[in-house]
Every structure is written in structure tokens, then in C-alpha cells.
Design a protein around this ligand. Structure first.
Ligand code: SF4
Length: 329
């Protein structure tokens, strides 16, 4: 069975050291199925009471410290590395290393990497500890591996909203080791270079090109539709790690200068239902998680734009200069 390293020993040690009475546990969606098992082990080995956060969690931008302030004296956040934020309650970050076998998918990726010599190797928190092994594998097959640290991210690590670890990297192609399209799509849109996915959970490799083309076509259709908009809603997040109020206010000013109306709307979780009452607004601009506009676009009837897409709509950026939105922590 697929397992992750939840570092129970380190958590237990911290609870004892700090004499923690109530410990909050927060898991991203993919790891939540392990929550009760982890809680059981902690309660068996300590006197602390465990409080599991059941709310959705998609990143380290969304640590549950504020919600658990007063209820828990330590929060353990699984599956993400810390961002440079101040927390209301001490937070222990646990990477949750995956023990899935990477070699089969890396092997499959070699065919797709044929013709590319310099490879930018990228992965997520769960596999970062295997970067050396992955690098050795690629080098043994004649590749040169290029990686660097990012702003708030580790060497070879990208987040859906932070690609600083691959910015201006001199490579022929990127190899993303991980599952799904989320990070690889971001890499493709950020760099416009070939991106191969080695998916260790499927044991297969594939190319992101077709999917990325489809998403770009949708983006351009949304931008075109928003060109008729006269009134904009600018969404700002109440989540500490996604809040960009200054940006939202600057966008509002820019829209006003162009003779149109804009309102800043604060939300915690963003969903189409929560935007439905704003019937007089023609389009929305997302300053919360940049990926909502890109990845969830189909769920929204009205155009939902990134700040850079708004610039295209307003004529202050060229279509050719399309750029991924990032949060600069
Ligand atoms: S803002 Fe979005 S992409 Fe960035 S860490 Fe949070 S959930 Fe992930």
C-alpha cells in the first residue's frame, strides 16, 4: 500500500518538549485519508488531545493557525514546506515523504526527453528528498541536470504560484516528477519550454503540451470576453498566505483610471456560488490563489482573470506577453 512518512516520532517529541495539551493536525486533501490513523498514533503515544482540521487545505498559504488559535497550542501541517509567514500558533511542518517508486516513471520519461540534454528537474515536497537519486539516474543516462533554489522554495521545488526555482533556468526541457497536471501546467505556462511529466503513481511519463494548449485557448477566450466588461469585482483573500490587498487596490485604481468601475471583494474560500449575488459585475479578477482563475475557470460563468490577464484586457499588456501570475512571498 502507498504510504507517506508522517514523522510521528518527531511530532511526539515536540508535543512532550512543549508540554502541548491540544495539537491541531492539518492535511492537504490528498493526505486527509490518513488523518485518523496519524491522530490515533499521536493520542496513543502522548497525553495531548488531537484536533483534526476538516476544512479544505491546498497549500502552505492556508495554514489553520488563525482558526485554531485558542483551541490548539501546536499545529502540525503536513505535506507542504513553510512559507515566510508569521503564525498565530507554533506550527510544525512535516513534509510527508512518499515512498512510491520513481524509477519506472523516470525510465519512461527518457524516451520523451530524447534530443534534450540539459534538463531542469522539478518536483514537489513529497519527493524532494529523492532529488539526488533522480539526478544520478538522469546523469547515468547522459543528461545534465540543472536546478536552483527559489524565493521561499527549495532547490528543484515549485508551487502552483511560485516558479522562482525555475526562473531563467538555462535548460532544454523540464522534467517534473509528480502526479496530475497542476504543477506541470504551471511550469509550461511560466517557461514555454518542453515539459515532461514522470508520474510515479501511474508509473508512466507523458507530455503536458496538448493540455497546456487547451488551457491557453480557454484563457484567451476569457480575456476576449472580458474586453466587453465595464464593471469588475476584484477578489482578495482573507487567507494570510494568499492576501494581496495592495495589488487588489492598485488594480481597482487602474480600472477607475480607464473610466470603469471596480469593487474589492474579500473571500476566504472562493467558489462560483459566492460570486453569484454580484449580478451587476461583468468580470472578476483574482488576487487570491493565482490558480483558481486558470484551473477552475470552467466552473465560472463570467470571466475570472489573473492580474496579468486584466492588463491584456485593459490594453496595457500585449497578448504575446502572457505571463503566469505568482505570489511574491
Ligand atoms: S496560493 Fe494557490 S498555488 Fe499558491 S500555495 Fe496556495 S493553493 Fe498553492
Amino acid at each position: 500500500m502507498l504510504r507517506y512518512e508522517f514523522e510521528i516520532g518527531r511530532i511526539v517529541k515536540k508535543i512532550r518538549e512543549k508540554n502541548v495539551k491540544t495539537v491541531g493536525l492539518q492535511f492537504p486533501e490528498g493526505l486527509k485519508i490518513y488523518a485518523t490513523e496519524v491522530a490515533r498514533q499521536i493520542e496513543d503515544q502522548t497525553d495531548a488531545v488531537v484536533l483534526i482540521s476538516g476544512d479544505p487545505c491546498y497549500g502552505a498559504c492556508d495554514v489553520v493557525d488563525t482558526e485554531m488559535n485558542g483551541a490548539a497550542d501546536l499545529v502540525v501541517h503536513f505535506g507542504h514546506t513553510p512559507l515566510p509567514l508569521n503564525y498565530d500558533v507554533p506550527v510544525l511542518f512535516v513534509d510527508a515523504h512518499s515512498n512510491v517508486d520513481l524509477i519506472k516513471s523516470l525510465d519512461g520519461a527518457l524516451d520523451l526527453l530524447e534530443g534534450y540534454e540539459k534538463i531542469g528537474l522539478v518536483t514537489t515536497t513529497q519527493h524532494l528528498y529523492l532529488l539526488k537519486k533522480m539526478t544520478e539516474f538522469l546523469e547515468n543516462h547522459g543528461k545534465t541536470v540543472v536546478m536552483k533554489k527559489g524565493r521561499g522554495t527549495q532547490k528543484g521545488q515549485v508551487l502552483g504560484c511560485n516558479f522562482s526555482a525555475i526562473k531563467e533556468l538555462d535548460v532544454d526541457a523540464f522534467l517534473y516528477v509528480g502526479t496530475g497536471n497542476f504543477h506541470s501546467l504551471g511550469i509550461k505556462l511560466f517557461t514555454d519550454k518542453p515539459v515532461i511529466i514522470a508520474d510515479p503513481y501511474m508509473g508512466k511519463a507523458r507530455n503536458i503540451d496538448e493540455f497546456a494548449d487547451r488551457i491557453l485557448r480557454i484563457r484567451f477566450a476569457r480575456i476576449a470576453k472580458a474586453m466587453d466588461a465595464k464593471n469588475f469585482g476584484i477578489i482578495v483573500s482573507s487567507k494570510k498566505g494568499q492576501s494581496r490587498l495592495d495589488l487588489a487596490q492598485a488594480l481597482k485604481k487602474t480600472i477607475h483610471k480607464m473610466g470603469m468601475e471596480a469593487f474589492v471583494i474579500m473571500l476566504d474560500d472562493v467558489s462560483p456560488e459566492l460570486l453569484t449575488p454580484f449580478r451587476d459585475l461583468d468580470a472578476f479578477v483574482m488576487t487570491a490563489c493565482p490558480r483558481i482563475a486558470i484551473d477552475d475557470s470552467k466552473m465560472y460563468k463570467k470571466p475570472l482573470l489573473t492580474p496579468q490577464e486584466l492588463e491584456i484586457v485593459l490594453g496595457i499588456r500585449n497578448w504575446d506577453d502572457y505571463e503566469m501570475d505568482e505570489i511574491k512571498y
